[in-house]
Ligand binder design. Sequence first.
Ligand code: F6R
Length: 260
Amino acid sequence: MEVVVLPDADAIASVAAEVITGLLSDKPAAVLGLATGSSPLGVYRQLIERHRAGEVSFAAAKAFLLDEYVGLPADHAQRYRSVIRDVFEQYVDFAPDAVRGPDGNATDLPTECARYEAAIVAAGGVDVQLLGIGTDGHVGFNEPGSSLSSRTRVKTLTDQTRADNARFFPTADDVPRHVLTQGLGTITDARHPVLVATGAGKAAAVQAMVEGPVSAFCPASVLQLHPHVTVLLDEDAASALALADYYRETYAHKPAWQGL
Ligand code: F6R
């Protein structure tokens, strides 16, 4: 796990966007894994700017969302499929149907989850997976207690996550209780997970993910088992890390040929 401590959210977005533009330059038909929530918004803004500048094209790429609420009406602005369209997809040149998410309104949710897993495999697997982290250590919507080898399935959000996400809804009670989410096994099948986190509110979860034991109690800690993970943090999100100075020194002296 490579931990990179950067000055602010713009610097994080720039490094993450560089990973994705570099991937698409080498492999135009790459498969991207997209997260929603606040953390990746700067990355999407940078990718839109680079696309407008003619520096990157998504025309041959595919993308899969991490997760989706169950039961939100098709036209609800907070459906993650709608959010990704509104903040990113509509501004770049993805082909029609190149961006997919699990359908939280499917009549048979377990079948929909299996279909989604099969679609990711049929696309060749995810090359770069953008991730945020919840204050309780979730990635995707894999809440504490999630199997470290889980696949896409229905999960129940914790009260903490519903409270955290209440800012997107009229009240906390309006946040759906159930979601579909790629499992931790699905997420760690991605060839390069890139997790972004900012702010002091994420410091404890980040510390548990990076320096705590690998445990279902902090689902993001499963990333310690992956051979190629990049964690991009601002100073506040890195503030509880015991080895923060070591991570800074390592990045400052990273051989240029190594890349991220
Ligand atoms: C969203 C997702 C979640 C968020 C996490 C952090 O697709 O999978 O794991 O990344 O809840 O959310 P923000 O970035 O809003 O703090």
